[in-house]
Design a binder for this molecule. Structure first.
Ligand code: SF4
Ligand code: SF4
Length: 646
């Protein structure tokens, strides 16, 4: 094994390891329980979207929830069975919250969906391999569950060094250790695939020196490689907590520090957990999605501590039962390690992609936290902090909800390792204060993002409405300008080419002239009829009645003609000076029109009066007077007409 120059990080502690208990037995496949509970958010990013419904039958490895966003992850059936409820179930979380989960009622057949891996990953392009990793639903198995396809999508040109995190520094946890001991070749194969994607100059496997068997197994697997093109090396590092922290391991192996607020890629490094490398091997070489993981089941209450390959969704109670756990002895049940893990309240909580350990601890083993005392400003927390923070200051800022100061003192760089709490002589649960403050900051950021988004939407809408109004105004202006231009052009054309062509006015004039001619003839006829009638009356002729009838007929015809002439003149917009032949020739017509107009006015006044009465308005009296006046006018007009007609 080539010696690699190692560096150290500030702080750190040496708690009791308690690893030996779970490494005496080989890894065992955990039983398939009667049901599995699979949360749709077992990763960082958007929850996956269920693609099955209750009653569906599924095969092992079948997709049951799709990660639709890029930062999301697919979820597959860990065994064959029938989909039960899709409902809220307890999930691993500090606050013992529930979340949407898919239930599978297992059928015990464990029947696989047909699948196959690549014959030779070397023939595949990196993009194809990343796609397969994405389809397999692989997340980082060592930390928070960041989707692996996202992490590996970083441009290869940016990465000089790939670091495989096999430190497993937290007490009790031995799942990576046992994986490396028993599946070292597969792990190295997965690392080779990762290197084929990222093309680093070197690949370092960082592993604490308290795992000699794993170190040896990995070295043997590397020695068997035909060509170690990417210089994969095992780097045995001193045992110190938390050497497995991302920034701490990078510092140990490269001597470089990840910049504040930056990413390992900023200094050319990409870090993956050793279990993730194994999952990559399974996905690419065997075509198997991520459906299970190795989980350490340990603690004083557990009579058979060991590592199990556990199907995701297996409830903690089933795993504890298989490990012959004396539940009456369990004082605290921890998922994860004693430093960074979470205390479970509900044994129905399922094992998920990030569950590396389950500690069924006795009271003696993990005693209840001692009474919190006042800070004595001893500074031990500062000495222990691997992130070079000032835990004591962060404690004050978190306790007083002074979030601005907490941020200014880089609380975001706190990896929640718990080293400060571990050394604090005043038993102050420092990490809990930091977690609370970080949660508050996250919420405040989310709220700000939300309000910024709302403001942005409002501004965008206002701008859109203003733009639309401006466009409408511009169109309206353009239309009116076009109409004016057209009108001007028409006038200019008419001026340039006066045409004698008959327009509507001319036609109307022709009609009026014809009517006038008829009217004149009728008038003449009436005069003659009157003369004849007078002679007949004088001679007491028996033709009086006939002549009388003819005269009346002629007079009616004359009135009609006069009316038509008046209407034709009106239609042809005759000039105001034009004389009204009807009124000129026969005042009866004008009187009739007056009667008609008076009648219309009176009807309208009556309508208004009726409405006022219906609505019980106080204008009724005034309107009644108006109606009376109109009625009087109508009566007067009718009387005048009658007199004129005689
Ligand atoms: S270790 Fe505890 S008591 Fe000492 S300074 Fe830090 S918070 Fe205060
Ligand atoms: S929990 Fe945070 S503040 Fe405390 S030692 Fe770890 S990194 Fe430092």
């Amino acid at each position: 094994m080539k010696q690699i120059q190692l560096h150290d990080f500030n702080g750190g502690i040496h708690p009791n390891e308690n690893k030996i208990q779970s490494t005496t037995l080989e890894i065992l496949n955990a039983n398939i329980p009667e049901k599995l509970i699979l949360p749709i958010a077992q990763h960082i990013g958007a929850p996956s979207n269920p693609v099955v419904k209750p009653g569906d039958t599924v095969l092992k490895g079948q997709l049951i929830a799709q990660g639709e966003d890029f930062v999301s992850c697919n979820l597959h059936a860990p065994t064959s069975g029938t989909i039960g409820e899709i409902s809220l179930q307890p999930v691993p979380h500090q606050s013992n919250m529930t979340a949407t989960s898919i239930e599978i009622i297992t059928d015990g057949k464990d029947k696989w969906l047909e699948h196959s891996g690549l014959e030779n990953y070397l023939n595949a392009e990196p993009e194809q391999l990343i796609k397969l990793i994405q389809q397999a639903g692989i997340t980082g198995l060592g930390g928070a569950g960041f989707p692996t396809h996202v992490k590996t999508s970083i441009p290869a040109s940016k990465i000089d060094t790939v670091i495989i995190n096999a430190a497993e520094c937290e007490p009790y946890i031995t799942s990576d250790d046992m994986l490396m001991r028993e599946h070292s070749q597969e792990v190295i194969r997965g690392i080779e695939i990762l290197c084929h994607i990222l093309k680093p100059k070197q690949c370092l496997i960082g592993i604490e020196n308290n795992k000699p068997q794993a170190i040896e197994a990995l070295q043997q697997a590397i020695d068997k490689l035909e060509s170690n093109a990417y210089h994969i090396q095992v780097a045995s590092i001193p045992t110190k907590y938390p050497s497995g922290g991302e920034k701490q391991l990078i510092q140990i192996l490269t001597g470089q520090e990840v910049p504040n607020g930056g990413l390992p890629a900023d200094i050319g490094v990409l870090l993956q957990n050793v279990g993730t490398a194994h999952a990559i091997y399974q996905a690419i070489d065997k075509g198997e999605p991520l459906i299970s993981r190795i989980t350490t089941v340990t603690g004083d209450a557990c009579q058979q501590p060991r590592n199990y390959r556990v199907l995701f969704g297996t409830q903690v109670k089933d795993l504890l039962a298989q490990a012959n756990t004396n539940l009456s002895k369990v004082s605290r049940l921890v998922m994860g390690g004693p430093m960074m893990g979470i205390t479970l309240q509900d044994t129905n909580t399922p094992v998920v992609k990030t569950t590396n350990c389950l500690i069924a601890a006795s009271k003696h083993e993990l005693p209840d936290p001692a009474q919190e005392q006042a800070c004595i400003r001893c500074g031990m927390c500062t000495q222990a902090c691997p992130a070079q923070l000032l835990p004591q200051q962060l404690y004050w800022f978190s306790k007083s909800s002074n979030l601005e100061q907490a941020k200014a003192h880089n609380i975001g760089d706190c990896i929640e390792c718990g080293a400060c709490s571990y050394v604090c002589p005043s038993n102050i649960p420092l990490v809990q204060y930091y977690r609370f403050a970080k949660g508050e900051i996250r919420q405040a950021n989310a709220d700000k993002l939300k309000s910024d988004g709302a403001k942005k939407r409002f501004d965008t809408r206002t701008a859109r409405l203003e733009r639309e109004q401006a466009e409408k105004d511009a169109k309206r202006k353009a239309r009116s300008e076009a109409a004016a231009k057209k009108q001007a052009e028409k006038k200019a054309q008419e001026a340039a080419n006066p045409t004698p062509a008959a327009d509507s006015n001319t036609v109307a004039e022709i009609d009026i002239a014809a009517l006038q001619k008829k009217l004149d003839a009728t008038k003449l006829g009436i005069e003659k009829s009157k003369t004849k009638l007078a002679e007949a009356i004088a001679s007491d002729s028996d033709k009086v009645e006939i002549l009388q009838g003819a005269l009346e007929k002629a007079q009616t015809k004359m009135k009609d003609l006069a009316l038509k002439i008046a209407q034709a003149k009106k239609a042809s917009k005759a000039t105001p000076e034009a004389t009204d032949p009807a009124s000129e020739t026969d005042p009866l017509i004008a009187l009739k029109e007056k009667v008609l107009a008076a009648k219309t006015r009176m009807e309208k006044a009556q309508e208004r009066l009726n409405m006022a009465k219906e609505q019980n308005l106080d204008t009724v009296d005034a309107l009644q007077m108006g109606v009376d006046k109109q009625k009087a006018k109508l009566d007067a007009a009718q009387k005048t007409l009658e007199e004129a007609s005689q």
